[in-house]
Design a protein around this ligand. Structure first.
Ligand code: HEC
Ligand code: HEC
Length: 299
């Protein structure tokens, strides 16, 4: 009994020590890095000095109070729902719900500090911001359009082995196979995301959990793939469609019925994979399994 109490005490001491150490390490890391937080969480949609998926955040800490910015980052849709006039106005303008970030107060403070370093005054002083907006238009070739369409539909495999976009997204257009309804229709996504930079930002570092999982690590999209897919989305946004010979990629001899079957199964498997990932930590056996086995062995 005495031994047991001691080891329990030791355990608690170690636990407390571990928590203290990890907390102080985190605080140190956070203090230094609002910029890292921004790059990791926000840069897919925000860029200083220009509009991307979301607004230019230059001078945002002068337009809004610190508390406002913090609550907006934590849950912008809750602010819109509560009728906050500024939140409603900016959401009405962009109509894209911003991702919610469950960050700690220390992290939020670091982020706001970083945003504050891009004051409106600092921006107008050196004119550098205006120059960023004048980016050269991106050129797409016919090959980009065709490849992008094939990547999107799964006719061309993605180098990293990630799923094709069509398993979750739909694009309406001539010769485009009907796609998934799990996620937003992307027919006009190119315009919605503010053009190439926005689409490339989203695909380079997807801020949506379903996509982050699908294109994580080695499954990340390559620059060439992103360029081609952006070309395809631009084309669909502009209502043009390049004639692509789908038979080059798919066997459509039976009017695409086999293909639909394949996609049906593919979708099902994908759903199982997503479920598997989501419940990775589930208890696979009964909690009493060990006791049970021990009992069985002793018989
Ligand atoms: C998925 C894209 C996306 C991501 C990721 C994102 N935002 Fe946003 N953000 C938006 C959009 C779109 C708006 C415009 C408001 C709206 O539609 O709700 C916005 C608006 C804002 C605003 C209000 C701007 C103003 O003028 O009032 C702030 C502040 C902001 N974002 C900060 C951040 C920070 C900080 C992060 C990272 C922690 C972040 N956002 C990540 C899309 C995004
Ligand atoms: C596993 C499912 C899945 C796959 C595969 C997937 N996405 Fe997504 N995507 C999502 C989800 C979920 C969202 C979040 C918005 C929503 O709910 O629709 C999203 C959002 C987007 C957005 C922002 C749309 C908007 O208007 O807000 C773009 C652009 C996009 N995806 C492009 C792609 C492209 C291109 C591919 C293929 C390379 C792809 N996605 C593959 C699930 C997926």
């Amino acid at each position: 009994m005495g031994k047991r109490t001691k080891s329990k005490k030791q355990l608690i001491t170690r636990l407390v020590l571990a928590i203290v150490v990890s907390c102080s390490a985190t605080v140190g890391a956070i203090a230094q890095d609002g910029e890292q937080l921004f790059i990791k969480n926000c840069s897919a949609c925000h860029k200083m000095g220009t509009r991307l998926v979301g607004p230019d955040l230059t001078g945002v800490t002068e337009r809004r109070s610190e508390d406002w910015v913090k609550s907006f980052i934590t849950n912008s849709q809750a602010m819109v729902a509560s009728g906050d006039a500024d939140a409603v106005a900016i959401f009405e303008e962009y109509k894209i719900p911003m991702t919610s970030f469950p960050l700690s107060d220390a992290e939020l403070t670091a982020l706001v500090g970083y945003l504050g370093s891009f004051g409106a005054a600092a921006a107008s002083a050196d004119g550098a911001v205006a120059a960023v907006v004048e980016e050269a238009p991106i050129a797409y070739t016919e090959e980009d359009f065709a490849n992008g369409k094939a990547y999107f539909q799964g006719g061309l495999r993605l180098a990293g082995g990630g799923p094709s976009c069509i398993s979750c997204h739909n694009v309406t257009g001539e010769g485009v196979i009907p796609g998934g309804r799990m996620a937003k229709d992307l027919t006009y996504a190119f315009g919605r995301m503010g053009g190439h930079a926005g689409v490339a930002g989203i695909l380079g570092a997807p801020p949506f959990p379903a996509m982050t999982n699908a294109y994580n690590g080695t499954a990340a999209l390559t620059e060439g793939e992103i360029h081609a897919i952006a070309a395809f989305l631009k084309q669909s946004n502009d209502g043009e469609s390049v004639a692509v010979d789908n038979t080059k990629y798919f066997d459509l001899s039976d009017g695409g019925q086999t293909l639909m079957l394949v996609y049906g199964f593919g979708g099902l498997i994908l759903i199982f994979i997503v479920i598997g990932i989501t419940w990775k930590g589930r208890l696979r056996k009964s909690a009493k399994d060990d006791i049970n086995n021990r009992q069985l062995r002793s018989i």
